[in-house]
Design a protein around this ligand. Structure first.
Ligand SMILES: Cc1cc2nc3c(=O)[nH]c(=O)nc-3n(C[C@H](O)[C@H](O)[C@H](O)COP(=O)(O)OP(=O)(O)OC[C@H]3O[C@@H](n4cnc5c(N)ncnc54)[C@H](O)[C@@H]3O)c2cc1C
Length: 393
């Protein structure tokens, strides 16, 4: 088999790249090791409404479970901050359908798609990577390609095998545990997030509603924690008297929350999405980031093929670092400071912040928020809090 481009991984980033490159008229193969693309999911399935227009993805009810109007944040001792918008701000997807449909859109645009096809290694010829070795339905296959895209998620083997350094220390990953379960009593128009060092060290517990009484209920904590994410999630359910007897799914996953890959393209190999650690380090959301990286990467892949100049792939690294990379580095800085917050700080900050400010924090536009916090008497009178907040400016 020979293609212009082979894309390994049909999660979010892979199909976006495959679709865009196929639309430009080049031959593309998109492979995924899963027998059914999208399943099992490892995701809370929340995404901003903006991505549909921005990345040209149909707003299709087949994969939109629920429209969301905002978020509710809960501090360690129970202070609440509600951010409710008049318009829909996000959606909860059905990723099993969404991922498969993204692969379908790539196929419709002209890409070939092979499920149950696992990349096992790269092929090297005359000192350069000439494609990948894979197993398709357990049969070995060689796929030759001019450009190889590693969109193979957090465990990414292909980038590493191609000599791209994707190493990040354990502290730069979150461990996540999630039940899709029946749960009642939470406004299903909002996502719900609980913070606290005893509740979810470094992270948060989430309830992302699907239907009126079904939700993804999960947790992310620092993966170098001595206790497991499951331990904290089960404790939270017990402490809140929520019976865990109607569990429809159990998902375990690792989320990169830092350690962005420096070199996103090496010779003819490109790395995108979780494989490149392109995830928001504050909230662990990575679908929009994967779409953005996939869009930038595919632009330069198309140019490199059109101009028969593979060195143009380096512009993907450059452009990503000058745009989304720069933004996510700022968010990472915020994450590192929030790691030092005590439960009392979290209580105070959630009380003080207005809705718009909290939204800015999540998006990385936080200077106004810091300024607002620095005006509060309980901050002004605490040299430690002032020092923490000043680190962010
Ligand atoms: C518990 C949890 C909750 C999350 N919640 C959210 C959320 O609410 N919102 C959000 O935006 N993000 C969320 N994320 C993060 C989000 O899921 C990822 O950032 C996103 O899926 C990254 O997309 P990707 O295409 O880079 O990788 P993935 O979606 O992981 O896709 C990688 C694909 O590559 C395939 N693959 C791997 N190795 C090979 C191989 N050797 N050969 C062939 N195929 C291979 C895999 O089967 C997979 O389909 C969550 C993550 C976790 C773990």
């Amino acid at each position: 088999m020979k293609y212009d481009v082979v894309v390994v991984g049909a999660g979010i980033a892979g199909p976006i790249v495959a679709r865009n490159v196929a639309r430009a008229g080049f031959s593309v193969l998109l492979i995924d090791k899963k027998p059914a693309i999208g399943a099992p999911k490892q995701c809370a399935e929340g995404i901003s409404i903006k991505v549909f227009d921005k990345y040209d993805i149909p707003y299709d009810r087949r994969y939109i479970n629920r429209e969301i109007y905002g978020a509710k944040l809960y501090s360690p001792s129970g202070h609440e901050l509600e951010l409710r918008y008049k318009e829909v701000s996000g959606v909860i997807l059905e990723r099993k359908v969404f991922d498969k449909m993204l692969a379908y859109y790539a196929a419709k645009a002209g890409a070939d798609v092979l499920a149950r096809t696992e990349a096992t290694d790269v092929i090297r010829r005359d000192g350069r990577i000439a494609g990948i070795r894979a197993k398709h339905e357990d049969e070995p296959v060689e796929i030759r390609a001019d450009i190889i895209v590693a969109a193979d998620g957090v465990e990414s083997t292909i980038a590493r095998k191609a000599g791209i350094n994707t190493y990040a220390p354990p502290h730069e990953f979150d461990s996540s545990y999630e039940y899709e379960m029946l749960i009642e009593g939470y406004d299903p128009d909002l996502i719900h997030l609980w913070f606290g060092n005893e509740i979810a060290p470094r992270g948060y517990v989430w309830v992302f509603p699907k239907d009126e009484d079904r939700a993804n209920v999960g947790i992310g904590i620092n993966s170098d924690n001595p206790e497991t994410a499951k331990y904290y999630l089960d404790k939270w359910l017990r402490d809140n008297n929520i019976p865990a007897r109607k569990l429809l799914e159990v998902n375990v996953g690792v989320v990169p929350v830092g350690g962005f890959v420096r070199e996103l393209a090496k010779d003819n190999v490109v790395v995108v999405g979780d494989a490149a650690r392109q995830v928001n380090p504050m909230h662990g959301g990575g679908m929009a980031e994967a779409m953005e990286a996939g869009t930038i990467a595919s632009k330069w892949i198309v140019r490199a093929l059109e101009e028969e100049n593979l060195s143009l792939l380096q512009n993907y690294t450059k452009e990503w670092w000058e745009t989304d990379g720069k933004r996510l580095e700022k968010v990472l800085k915020v994450r590192k400071v929030t790691e030092k917050l005590t439960d009392e700080d979290l209580d105070l900050f959630i009380q003080v912040l207005s809705g718009a400010d909290a939204e800015k924090i999540a998006g990385g536009d936080y200077v106004e928020v810091i300024k607002a916090l620095l005006k509060h008497p309980k901050v002004i009178l605490s040299p430690r809090r002032i020092k923490l907040l000043k680190q962010l400016i």
